[in-house]
Write a protein that binds this ligand. Structure first.
Ligand code: HEM
Length: 210
C-alpha cells in the first residue's frame, strides 16, 4: 500500500488507534478485576483511606476515557469499512452482497454489540457508582449507600470482564476468520469465558505463589 493512498493509510491509523485505546480500556478493566479487587481485600481501613483517593480517580480516568476513545474510533472504523468507500456513502461490499449480510459484517456486529454493552456499563453504571463512592465531582454517598454502590459497580465490572472474551473474538474474526458460523461463536465464547473464569480463580492465588 503506497503512502499516497490516503484512505488506506487513514484506515490503518484509525485501526491502530482503536486497538491502542482498547488496550488502555481493557487493561484497566483487568487491573480492577484481577489485581485491585484482591489487593483491596488485604488492606486495612487506614491504608485504604490513604491509597484509594489517590489511586482510584487516576485509574478510573484512564478506564472511562479509554472506553470512550475505543467506542468512538470503533464507530469511525465501522463507517470507513462498511458504510463508505471513497466518494460513495452506503453499505459496502464488506457489509452486504447478493446473499445478504456478509460473514465479516456478522462477526463485527456481534463484537460491536457486546463492546457497546460494555461501554454503556462503564459510562452509565460503573462510573456513576464510583463517582458517588469516592465523591468525585459530586458529594460523596451516605455511608449506608456505599456497600450497595460497591456491589453494583463490582457486578457490572465482572460482567464486562466476561463479555470482553467473546467481544474480542468478534473483533478479530471479522478480518481474520471469514464466514460467520454461530456454533463456532458459541464454542469460542465457551473457551473465552472458561479462560476468564480461570483467571478470576488464579487472581486470588497469584500473590501467594509469586
Ligand atoms: C466499543 C465499541 C467498539 C466498536 C464500535 C468497535 C468496532 C470495530 C470495527 C468496526 C472494527 C473493524 C472490523 C473490520 O475491519 O472488519 C474493529 C476491529 C477491532 N477491534 Fe473493535 N470495536 C469496539 C471495541 C473494541 C474493544 C474494547 C477492543 C479491545 C481491545 C477492540 C479491539 C479490536 C481489534 C483487535 C480489532 C481488529 C483489528 C484488525 O484485525 O485489524 N474493539 N472494531
Amino acid at each position: 500500500m503506497a503512502l499516497s493512498d490516503f484512505f488506506s493509510n487513514l484506515n490503518l491509523f484509525v485501526r491502530w488507534f482503536h486497538v491502542f485505546a482498547g488496550i488502555v480500556w481493557i487493561g484497566h478493566l483487568y487491573f480492577f478485576n484481577f489485581v485491585n479487587l484482591q489487593l483491596q481485600a488485604t488492606l486495612d481501613d487506614a491504608t485504604k483511606k490513604a491509597v484509594n483517593p489517590q489511586l482510584m480517580p487516576r485509574a478510573l480516568w484512564w478506564f472511562r476515557w479509554g472506553a470512550m476513545a475505543t467506542f468512538l474510533s470503533g464507530i469511525v472504523l465501522f463507517t470507513m469499512v462498511y458504510m463508505y468507500q471513497p466518494g460513495l456513502w452506503g453499505p459496502t461490499v464488506f457489509f452486504s452482497d447478493m446473499t445478504g449480510i456478509t460473514g465479516r459484517a456478522w462477526w463485527i456486529l456481534i463484537g460491536m454489540l457486546l463492546a457497546t454493552i460494555m461501554w454503556f456499563n462503564v459510562w452509565f453504571v460503573i462510573w456513576p457508582a464510583q463517582k458517588k463512592i469516592f465523591g468525585l465531582g459530586i458529594p460523596k454517598a451516605a455511608a449506608e449507600e456505599i456497600p450497595l454502590l460497591r456491589t453494583r459497580a463490582a457486578r457490572f465490572s465482572r460482567a464486562n470482564t466476561f463479555l470482553s472474551g467473546p467481544m474480542l473474538f468478534g473483533m478479530l474474526a471479522a478480518g481474520h476468520y471469514g464466514a460467520i458460523n454461530f456454533p463456532t461463536f458459541l464454542l469460542f465464547t465457551a473457551i473465552a469465558v472458561t479462560l476468564i473464569w480461570t483467571f478470576f480463580r488464579l487472581s486470588h492465588r497469584v500473590a501467594r505463589v509469586s
